[in-house]
Design a protein. Structure first.
Length: 610
């Protein structure tokens, strides 16, 4: 069989496989497999509230143990060296709470010694310290001010809650209900960690906390502000499914914050939150896993777009069913994004079904790719597309790029705080991956080019943010391959020609990092080090991204591209996380990606060259 027939056959096979996996409601549901932090914190929460379900506790503990490396430690990704201190602390503590293991168990001794030898809790990340403090396992620091003030300052203040990212706000709000009074929740299951986290360690190293709040120069008149503003924020941002902004971690924090402030466990708000969390569990590898935010809307949007690109007609009954689902997921609430973008009407899409008020740029641009196919035949789809496009354009930052959730939430002061990954967690700046993918939509599906003011600004931002070696950093995927693919395809779609110096540098860089087997593979370590680190093996997603980028800027297939095609035709292993949430802390294995990206890359390659 010649290569053309092989590619045709593979595309046909992969399309049919995807169609066979569609749910009755038109969606595609894959497990959003994130770091074990959600499993650990959920287990500790259930023990703390004395949740009567030993079978569930046991299964979560089994999940945590299943992620333990052979050396008895825990890692965020398989090749992480040394092991991850915070992840090991999270797993170790949760297993003690499960009471299925003790500190003297051989399976935990290596973890205990590793934690001690690496400085204990004082060297853990901020989120780990916060959660253990909530549980009375770490001392709340003495702060110079009540941080709850942040949620009470008017928007005209030099610094207010809308200057930090929407996801940071959602995590901080419940914490602020506890930190001022140094509140904690304990139970008969609360573990004794004094052998690892001594008093000296607990009381030291509060710099992260001080750095976070010392920027607030607040007059005394604000110091008596009540907590009603925080409670109001939380109440307003609870989704219909009971979760806080449809995230598991924010919801767990919310339960702690509310319980510590007198809300009864039997109350509707707590019971709805627990119900929402239970719905986030997925079955994986014979265990259960708590997804931080199920990716159903994201996966469905990507798959519909990919199947349509592969040639399935938009009238196909299964495609139609998926498109109707996407139409139902468009958001019409005025969320926090309106603070920095008050003149725009709603119209974006969110990441998960439970998300009704927290739209994002990436989900919106990929949903529009499918919605666009129906604009000529349906007024409802045309109206949806116009509203979505208008919202997307309105969310462009003043610097020309696009961020994830909000507009112009990029305060230099906050991003420069001496807190680990402050720029990634506390602010929401423009990124090459989101800017590139948005430009690709606007160029390929809406026909815009650099004569359009927004396109010109976006192109200029991308060109000015290219790395010296020709790559771009991708914030929400791993990592430089991801960013380079998005930037290259975005620039090309908006009329930047393949002989442009920036694209030639990107091509040269991609070819220089190709593996000898014809594929590409990048380590999550790139994300923390902010420089490319090879995985020394190839992955389907990263190989597909690289091939797609090269296809978009190559008149003819090169030997490197042919080798990549051959790799994708014969390899489908996908056990490595290629999604990113927070550098050095949170990575995702999207189980949909092994189906989506190779099919899309092969489709584009086939359509261009055959």
């Amino acid at each position: 069989m010649n290569i053309k027939k092989k590619i045709e056959s593979e595309i046909y096979k992969r399309c049919n496989k995807l169609l066979s996996q569609q749910e009755a409601n038109g969606t595609w549901c894959y497990c959003f497999e994130n770091s074990l932090i959600t499993d650990a914190y959920m287990l500790i929460l259930l023990r703390t509230i004395d949740y009567k379900n030993e079978s569930l506790i046991k299964r979560i503990a089994e999940r945590i143990l299943s992620k333990q490396s052979q050396d008895g430690l825990w890692r965020l990704y398989p090749d992480e060296e040394p092991a991850n201190l915070s992840a090991t602390i999270q797993a170790y503590t949760a297993l003690l709470y499960s009471q299925s293991l003790t500190q003297t168990e051989e399976s935990l001794l290596h973890a205990k010694h590793f934690i001690i030898n690496n400085g204990g809790l004082k060297n853990a990340d901020l989120l780990t310290k916060v959660f253990l403090a909530m549980n009375g396992l770490y001392h709340w620091p003495d702060l110079p001010i009540d941080p709850a003030i942040l949620f009470s300052l008017p928007q005209t203040s030099p610094i207010n809650r809308y200057d930090i990212s929407s996801y940071a706000r959602a995590h901080f709000a419940p914490v602020m209900l506890m930190i001022e009074g140094k509140k904690k929740l304990t139970s008969s299951y609360t573990s004794d960690l004094s052998g690892i986290f001594g008093i000296a360690e607990q009381g030291s190293n509060i710099e992260d906390w001080i750095n976070l709040f010392s920027m607030l120069n607040i007059r005394d008149s604000y110091m008596n502000t009540k907590k009603e503003n925080i409670l109001s924020y939380i109440q307003y941002h609870i989704e219909p499914d009971g979760t806080l902004l449809s995230y598991a971690l924010t919801t767990i924090f919310m339960v702690y914050g509310l319980l510590s402030n007198g809300v009864d466990r039997s109350s509707t708000i707590i019971q709805n939150a627990l119900s929402g969390l239970m719905k986030m569990f997925c079955e994986i590898d014979g265990t259960i896993h708590l997804q931080n935010s199920p990716s159903t809307t994201w996966d469905t949007s990507l798959i519909l777009y990919t199947l349509l690109e592969a040639g399935l007609p938009h009238t196909n009954p299964q495609i139609l069913k998926g498109a109707r689902f996407l139409l139902s997921q468009q958001q019409y609430k005025y969320g926090d994004w309106t603070v920095h973008n008050p003149d725009s009407l709603p119209g974006g899409w969110g990441f998960s079904i439970g998300n009704t008020q927290h739209p994002d740029i990436d989900d919106t641009q990929v949903a529009l790719r499918s919605i666009a196919r129906y604009c000529r035949t349906s007024s409802s789809y045309y109206s949806s597309y116009e509203k979505g496009l208008s919202w997307l354009l309105s969310m462009q930052n003043d610097d020309g790029g696009w961020a994830a959730f909000e507009k112009n939430t990029n305060r230099y002061l906050i991003g420069s705080l001496p807190i680990k990954h402050a720029k990634d967690a506390l602010i929401d700046p423009s990124t090459p991956d989101l800017t590139g993918r948005t430009l690709e939509l606007l160029g390929s599906f809406h026909g815009l080019n650099q004569n359009h003011h927004s396109i010109k600004k976006g192109v200029n931002w991308l060109l000015s943010n290219q790395e010296a070696n020709g790559s771009w950093y991708g914030r929400w995927g791993v990592c430089y391959i991801y960013g380079t693919w998005a930037a290259v395809t975005g620039l090309q779609s908006c009329g930047v020609r393949e002989n442009e110096r920036a694209l030639q540098k990107a091509r040269k860089w991609l070819i220089s990092i190709q593996n000898v087997d014809g594929g590409w593979g990048e380590s999550c370590e790139s994300d923390s080090k902010r420089t490319y680190v090879s995985l020394n093996k190839s992955t389907p997603s990263q190989t597909a991204w690289a091939l797609n980028a090269l296809t978009s800027i190559s008149d003819q297939p090169t030997s490197e591209m042919e080798e990549a095609v051959s790799w994708l035709l014969t390899k489908q292993e996908a056990s490595y996380p290629t999604g990113a949430g927070l550098p050095g802390a949170f990575y995702i294995r999207y189980h949909s990606y092994e189906h989506i990206w190779p099919l899309l890359a092969l489709t584009h390659y086939y359509k261009k060259y055959y």
